[in-house]
Design a protein around this ligand. Structure first.
Ligand code: C5P
Length: 263
């Protein structure tokens, strides 16, 4: 059995460039992993099954872990089955990439358990079929991503710093946010390293998000920016404790992978 960490990510900046003919949007985004992690216990089994500590996360075929398992079999011709026990800590519908991270970890684990028939490059390519963010999780944790997010340019790690992630009790649907995106809502150029072009749309769909951002800025954070398509924000500033009603607050650090997996 393999015991693997599956980290969350934040988008330090996210520029939406244009809408493509295939319906996706071209992005320029700087992504960083943080030490808010799920844990996956992965082993070969007689049948596929997923168990999970969070009853809100699906354990059926709609889970990206299940899709990753099936895709790996299709690509390699291997017939083995997988049991994955998921200790879920990364909130869902948060813009933190939890599902994509789990999918990447599953592909990596299945490959290890079968004697490494696939290269890392192949795993990244297969990951892109599961979700735009999945290939990023095969990087070392800091990367500039383009295309719909699946073109990954690895970068050296940033100096480690502690930040806060604040997630309201409600989530945000990625597909809904992108469906409502219009280039006119983007303000060029951004004067900050940290920005997210999806904020205006997400805020118009869920006005409580704008309220929460203002509340966090009023608390003294220098930077408060939504991650991905929301609903969470990352907050940079010298604040040592944080408690806000109807939110989950996580004090996290940037992390980078040192060996071949997030162990
Ligand atoms: O790739 P992923 O499955 O994560 O995308 C979820 C949805 O978000 C897609 O169906 C698409 O509508 C939207 N999306 C997009 N442009 C991107 C990434 C996602 O329009 N770059």
């Amino acid at each position: 059995m393999l015991t693997l960490r599956s980290p969350a990510k934040i988008n330090l900046f996210l520029r939406v460039k244009d809408k493509r003919l295939d319906g996706y949007h071209n992005l320029d985004t700087l992504i960083q992993t943080v030490d808010l992690c799920d844990t996956l216990y992965v082993s070969l089994a007689k049948e596929d099954y997923i168990t999970c500590t969070n009853h809100l996360a699906p354990t059926d075929d709609s889970n990206l872990i299940s899709k990753a398992t099936k895709l790996f079999r299709v690509k390699t011709g291997i017939e083995d089955k997988l049991h994955v026990h998921l200790v879920k800590r990364i909130p869902i519908e948060a813009g933190l990439g939890g599902g994509s991270s789990n999918a990447a970890t599953t592909l990596w684990a299945f490959n290890e358990l079968c004697g490494k028939p696939a290269t890392l490059q192949q795993l990244m390519q297969w990951g892109a079929e599961l979700g735009s963010d999945v290939p990023f999780f095969f990087s070392e944790g800091t990367a500039f991503c383009m295309g719909r997010g699946e073109i990954v340019q690895r970068l050296p790690a940033f100096t480690e710093q502690k930040i806060w992630i604040v997630k309201p009790h409600f989530g945000s649907s990625t597909a809904e946010v992108y469906r409502n995106f219009s280039p006119s809502s983007v303000h060029f150029p951004s004067e900050s390293l940290y920005f997210n072009d999806l904020e205006p749309i997400a805020f118009s769909l869920k006005p409580q998000l704008a309220k929460l951002k203002n509340e966090l800025l009023a608390m003294g954070f220098a930077t408060v920016v939504m991650s991905g398509s929301g609903s969470s924000f990352f907050c940079i500033g010298q604040i040592s404790s944080l408690s806000i009603p109807h939110t989950f607050c996580y004090n996290v650090a940037y992390i980078n992978r040192k060996s071949s997996c997030w162990y």
